[in-house]
Design a protein. Structure first.
Length: 328
């Protein structure tokens, strides 16, 4: 009555449970890969909002939810995802005509930008402390920059040795696009895949089984290696590193090698340039190298051929002086 418009019995009866049901149906119909994660978020939202009416879920209630989750130690990124799920519920209700407006729902700022990457020596040190079955996985990640789940789910049917290509099928990646990586021209990666093929064939012969996975533990798929990874990083003197840092490392190596950005994005699997730029990490050594080039440019030296190097102004000044000497 205060807003001067009719709400209607349908909107008044709509509960959080109804909102959640619409979201679950939407995820099922569209076969979204993040359905399990969304289900976890719905469960946590349900503990707070319960059978509350949709019309009663406003900014004040959402702010109280944020505070409660913070008191329980939830990370900002987790809370923000749960709020995004709640906002999606209201969007679906609005599209279905269940509500005539979508309330303002506050969010939370996340400051957890990661900037880790591996120098080659650091990578070698971590590699030396990993179990034998994980070393090929880490090497593949260092060379390709692919996500760990993309690597662990890789099967031999996707590895084309004659062509020197490894392929990810469309729909199996995070952005649903297929991907190809030409390992044949990268000796280190080619050696790993050939050695892994020989090892797989030996295990198949010894156990009389067919092993479809490229990377495995004696024929069994590798599920989780977090503890082994943390122990290896600790022993190598780089504690707290993430396996995902290989992704940033690959982007950085491609940038330093002068690979065109469009090509690098295809190799790594970034769909937008804005996401790619978040992974293009600049290290202190990169900055030092850049300033060293600036120093070489700002202090001109006579080249063996008689050419002058340096800033344009320095070259002009030296050229005029030279003309004055010749003219005198």
């Amino acid at each position: 009555m205060g807003r001067g418009r009719l709400v209607g019995p349908q909107a008044e009866k709509l509960t959080f449970q109804d909102l959640a049901r619409m979201l679950v149906d939407d995820y099922a119909v569209n076969a979204r890969k993040s359905a399990p994660r969304a289900a976890g978020a719905i469960k946590r939202l349900e503990q707070f909002f319960g059978f509350m009416r949709a019309l009663d879920i406003g900014s004040d209630r959402v702010t109280a939810y944020i505070r409660t989750r913070q008191e329980f130690g939830a990370k900002p990124a987790t809370i923000r995802y749960e709020l995004a799920v709640l906002k999606r519920m209201f969007t679906l209700a609005l599209r279905a005509g269940k509500l005539d407006r979508k309330p303002y729902l506050p969010s939370i700022e996340v400051r957890n930008v990661r900037t880790g990457f591996f120098e080659y020596k650091e990578f070698q040190d971590v590699l030396s402390h990993l179990p034998d079955e994980l070393r090929p996985v880490a090497t593949f990640a260092y060379c390709s920059g692919w996500r760990h789940q993309e690597i662990l789910s890789l099967q031999w049917r996707q590895v084309d040795f004659p062509a020197g290509m490894v392929r990810l099928d469309p729909g199996t990646t995070k952005n649903d696009e297929g991907r190809t990586f030409p390992f044949g021209v990268l000796p280190e990666l080619a050696a790993v895949l050939h050695a892994q093929k020989q090892r797989t064939e030996a295990v198949q012969h010894a156990t009389d089984q067919i092993i479809p996975w490229v990377f495995h533990r004696e024929g069994k798929p590798i599920r989780n290696f977090r503890k082994a990874w943390d122990n290896a990083c600790e022993a190598a003197g780089v504690p707290g590193r993430w396996f995902h840092d290989f992704r940033r490392t690959a982007v950085r190596n491609l940038e330093r090698s002068g690979v065109p950005r469009s090509v690098a994005m295809k190799l790594i699997g970034h769909k937008t340039e804005s996401i790619y730029r978040r992974y293009a990490i600049v290290s202190e050594s990169d900055l030092t190298e850049g300033v060293a080039k600036l120093a070489a440019l700002s202090h001109p030296q006579e080249a063996p051929s008689g050419r002058v190097t340096g800033f344009p102004e320095a070259r002009k000044g030296k050229a005029r002086a030279k003309q004055g000497v010749l003219g005198g």
